[in-house]
Ligand binder design. Structure first.
Ligand SMILES: Cc1cc2nc3c(=O)[nH]c(=O)nc-3n(C[C@H](O)[C@H](O)[C@H](O)COP(=O)(O)OP(=O)(O)OC[C@H]3O[C@@H](n4cnc5c(N)ncnc54)[C@H](O)[C@@H]3O)c2cc1C
Length: 556
């Protein structure tokens, strides 16, 4: 048989192909790796992006990295509890964000260096033999073919331009984590609605921080509005507003970066520039994050101005929401309707973040001189009003995810955020029966948990409810007041017994409509009830989540 006669090699079949190895794609790869899926991540560039980008990481993202065992590696590149102040041209603090509470187990505001964290996320993939990261490979085309997606991949040169021959692969699902110019979003024909700001920003990272304070300040200087921020590893970030009409090429040169730095650094300081780049702010969102077997996440699905530092964090929320759903559907334990809940749950929250980011920009850098004057008068007054000041300091304005619809079962006919359902559960410290202290999520792992406060739910379960819990692979957890656990033996039926170390479960459940919650792997409360209502709740939830009886030979 000649080479021409030989049958073409069978195309490879992946559970999920992820297009793009930015933070969204790499985090999704880690989640799917823990959940046991066969995953290919393709990145057109020969190395991860090293642009000066994200500098603020929040507690929800850290919780997501915790669930895949990477939080310690990531935190090496963070400044915990970083305070962000808005300073006027006279040096007065107009507002400061310095939240002290840690409801989800981690500091709410942290400075960080995105390229360093992206690298940690990529290194985390090495733990999974079933997850492959291919750098220098572009996804060129895709087409849904029945129960799969056919993909054409191509090797790229050093600039990310396709060069080699096309390679055919197949996947059950494709996730576009391929940034603002997403080829997956284009391939799906999805519009990217919204607007792009005319304002541009010059962003510079310096080595050997000449200033040294680890907090962040937005300096509302009418001549040169700028951001200055201390980051780990002796890095300092500056962001300068570029005047309207300035020539793009001229403001992108190293000479211009040095000129801008000279205007804010003490005289005689010669800065050591690591990287610099000019950006425009965009506020855009796709109408849906799923079409058939293809989904989009991160910047591919939404773009927002950097004012709240939430682009990276919003992408991490997306993939944390999507990962476990893909795992249930790809293994045949749930039907595709579960994937619709991804857009239902994430779209409204991403829109709210975009709106807040745009509003913050309009308040702090108003386009009109009259509005600047109003800001200069109103902002210092607000800083003197206690409740308003606390509202800003504690970041109570930050929209927290609350899912009215989706893979959740609200206890009443009208979704009520006070029930806890559709919101992220708290992460207090707990201790096991042997007295070992740990954060709650470390006692559970990346899986569902049937968590009950003080009472056991086991005795109330019928066979059908047990079947639902088996299908979800839910871990039974009972949390009790710490005094009840002293000297207690651990539970024998596989139930994890934990002590409420600081009374935080007590406070949470004091206001809840029942003591039993079903926690999703992304730590969202899926349902809450009393033990006697548990069977009905689990049946209703199985319908909402489109759970299916296990297929013969399907992966658990
Ligand atoms: C100056 C600045 C400051 C910021 N500050 C913050 C902040 O403080 N906090 C915050 O949360 N966010 C911040 N952001 C936003 C944050 O950087 C982005 O939201 C985040 O990087 C988006 O991640 P992603 O994975 O969705 O996309 P990206 O990081 O853009 O990754 C997409 C990847 O896909 C690859 N790709 C594209 N097409 C293909 C293809 N066809 N085949 C294969 N690969 C492909 C690209 O090469 C790229 O590597 C900031 C951004 C900027 C610019």
């Amino acid at each position: 048989m000649t080479q021409e006669d030989a049958p073409a090699p069978a195309p490879l079949l992946w559970d999920v192909v992820i297009c793009g190895a930015g933070p969204a794609g790499l985090t999704l790869g880690n989640h799917l790796g823990v959940l046991g899926l066969k995953v290919l991540i393709v990145e057109r560039l020969p190395a991860l992006l090293d642009y000066p980008r994200g500098v603020g990481i929040d507690d929800e993202s850290l919780r997501s990295f915790q669930s895949v065992g990477l939080v310690d590696a990531v935190r090496r590149h963070t400044v915990p509890h970083q305070i962000l102040s808005f300073i006027d041209r006279r040096g007065r603090t107009l507002a400061a964000m310095a939240p002290s509470a840690q409801p989800f187990g981690w500091p709410r505001r942290n400075g960080f260096i995105q390229p360093r964290v992206d690298r940690e996320l990529a290194q985390g993939l090495a733990a999974f033999a079933h997850v492959q990261l291919r750098l220098g490979t572009a996804m060129e085309r895709f087409e849904e073919q029945g129960e799969r997606i056919a993909l054409a991949l191509r090797a790229c040169d050093a600039d990310g331009e396709p060069t080699g021959p096309a390679e055919q692969h197949h996947a059950r699902y494709l996730v576009g984590c391929d940034g603002g110019r997403s080829s997956v979003r284009h391939g799906l024909g999805l519009p990217f609605e919204g607007r792009s700001e005319s304002t541009r920003w010059l962003v510079i990272d310096l080595a050997d921080d000449p200033i040294g304070t680890l907090n962040a300040a937005f300096v509302l200087d009418d001549d040169i509005p700028h951001v200055t921020m201390g980051l780990p590893h002796g890095v300092r970030r500056y962001e300068f507003m570029v005047p309207d009409g300035a020539d793009e090429q001229a403001v992108s040169t190293p000479a211009h970066a040095r000129e801008m730095l000279r205007r804010v650094l003490p005289p005689g300081v010669e800065p050591s520039i690591i990287r610099h780049r000019v950006y425009t702010h965009h506020a855009r969102i796709a109408p849906t994050f799923r079409k058939g077997r293809a989904l989009i996440a991160g910047d591919a699905a939404h773009l927002m101005p950097v004012w709240q530092g939430q682009g990276f964090n919003t992408g991490i929320r997306d993939v944390t929401n999507l990962g476990w759903k893909l795992a249930l559907v790809a293994s045949g334990r749930a039907g595709e309707r579960l994937l619709d809940s991804y857009t239902e749950e994430r779209h409204a929250h991403a829109s709210a973040m975009i709106d807040l980011s745009v509003l913050t920009g309009r308040i702090f850098v108003p386009a009109h001189p009259l509005l600047k004057a109003v800001r200069n008068i109103v902002a210092p007054a607000i800083a003197r009003i206690g409740p308003l000041r606390r509202y800003i300091t504690e970041m109570r304005f930050k929209p927290m995810p609350f899912f009215r619809r989706g893979a959740v079962l609200h206890p009443g006919a009208v979704p009520d955020p006070r029930s806890g359902v559709g919101r992220m559960f708290i992460q207090p410290w707990v201790a096991d029966a042997a007295g070992r202290r740990m954060r709650l999520d470390d006692a559970i792992g990346l899986r569902f948990a049937l968590l009950s406060w003080s009472v056991g739910a086991e005795a109330w379960l019928d066979d059908a409810a047990r079947g639902v819990l088996r299908q979800l692979d839910a871990l039974p957890v009972v949390v009790k007041p710490a005094c009840q656990l002293h000297g207690a033996a651990g539970a024998e039926d596989g139930t994890v017994l934990l002590a409420d170390e600081a009374g935080e479960f007590k406070r949470w459940f004091d206001h809840a409509p029942g003591p039993v919650v079903l926690l999703r792997p992304d730590r969202v409360v899926a349902a809450i009830c009393q033990p006697c209502n548990l069977n009905a709740a689990l049946q209703a939830l199985a319908t909402v989540m489109d759970l299916r009886p296990p297929r013969a030979g399907a992966k658990a």
